[in-house]
Design a binder for this molecule. Structure first.
Ligand code: FES
Length: 67
């Protein structure tokens, strides 16, 4: 799905770039993809995708063994 019409960025590209670079800011993700935002209308949606990406990849602690 296209998220940024100005740059033609898809949700999958945003997610992959945010995960690979550990990026949490949509502007930084766009710059890593090659071009920063233009109109900026897509930034809230991009932020939601990035936030979801990092939640999915967050480390889940294992339960500690009982003593
Ligand atoms: S739609 Fe993304 S900067 Fe315009």
């Amino acid at each position: 799905m296209y998220v940024c019409i100005c740059n033609g960025y898809r949700d999958s590209e945003i997610e992959k770039t945010a995960r690979a670079g550990g990026l949490t800011c949509p502007v930084k993700v766009y710059e890593a993809l090659g071009s920063g935002p233009c109109c900026g209308i897509c930034l809230p949606m991009a932020q939601d995708i990035i936030d979801g990406t990092h939640e999915k990849s967050a480390c889940v602690p294992l339960p500690l063994a009982a003593e």
